[in-house]
Design a protein around this ligand. Structure first.
Ligand code: SAM
Length: 267
């Protein structure tokens, strides 16, 4: 019988005398079904260039390398990078980048080529990574990300839901978002303290929403959700909404993104 991913991971850590660094969000994926769900969601073809965020011991990396044309594995922990280089030495189509993803310019990695992103993310920097994906001048075709369950739910939430808030609007302004699978703690080694979920982001190549002033738009969204129980008449009192064609007694969680866009453009 071939060893399980959990056995392989334990053996690797032991033979290199390593312990997972929780501070760096090191929870290695050891569930082959979840691994397949990630790979399937990315719809990989042998043309694809993939950036993997936080490649760890290389378990996900090797699956990507089997299906894609090239993988750029970005990993901050130089020791893990060295281990994964050893483990994956049969592959000619992996570039290893020992860097902090937040200090990495995606453009310098992809040089104008089309690309996809896959990442079982270090949860302590989920939001800055997502911001980086959206703000990059080079737009990924798709990003398949493992994130904390609550974060995934907020990313995908619709108006009317308790989870809907400024982070939902931020994400859905830039991309279509789907939460495709919940993932239990036992799929990782060591177990994280929180549940997880796989989300698929498809960043819009041309903006879906036409806002005249993006900063003002997000200022309004933040002001509204800072006092989410209040009517927008009160939470948005500092903006002059006199004459706007929207019921100001509504609460922010009932407003769709297009309505927030309407408010921003009215101002
Ligand atoms: N991909 C591996 C897997 O699925 O088993 C590891 C995933 S683990 C949840 C997250 C990985 O991100 C860790 O290997 C960690 O060292 C790495 N990491 C943490 N902070 C990082 C950063 N700022 N830039 C790049 N990688 C980082």
């Amino acid at each position: 019988m071939s060893p399980t991913l959990a056995q392989i991971t334990k053996e690797l850590l032991k033979s290199y005398n390593r312990f997972p660094r929780k501070k760096l969000g090191q929870h290695f994926l050891v569930d082959p079904q979840v691994l397949q769900r990630i790979i399937n969601a990315a719809e990989l073809t042998n043309d694809d260039l993939v950036i993997e965020i936080g490649s760890g011991l290389g378990i996900v990396t090797s699956e990507i390398a089997e299906k894609a044309n090239h993988v750029i594995a970005v990993e901050i922990d130089k020791e893990l990078l060295r281990i994964s280089k050893d483990v994956l030495n049969k592959f000619q189509n992996i570039s290893f980048v020992g860097q902090d993803i937040l200090k990495t310019h995606l453009h310098e990695l992809v040089l104008g080529r089309k690309f996809k992103i896959i990442g079982n993310l270090p949860y302590y920097i989920t939001a800055p990574i997502i911001e980086k994906i959206f703000e990059s001048e080079d737009k990924a075709e798709i990003a398949v990300l493992m994130v904390q369950k609550e974060v995934a739910e907020r990313m995908a939430a619709s108006p009317g839901s308790k989870k809907y808030g400024s982070f939902s609007i931020f994400c859905q302004f830039y991309a279509s978002i789907s939460l495709i699978s919940l993932v239990s703690k036992s799929s990782f080694l060591p177990w994280p303290e929180v549940g997880s979920a796989i989300v698929v982001l498809k960043p819009y190549k041309t903006p879906k929403y036409q806002v005249k002033d993006e900063k003002l738009f997000f200022d309004i969204v933040h002001a509204a959700f800072q006092q989410r129980r209040k009517q927008i008449r009160n939470s948005l009192a500092k903006f002059n909404l006199e004459g706007i064609d929207i019921d100001l007694s509504r609460r922010p969680e009932t407003l769709g993104i297009d309505e927030f866009v309407g408010i921003a453009n009215f101002l």
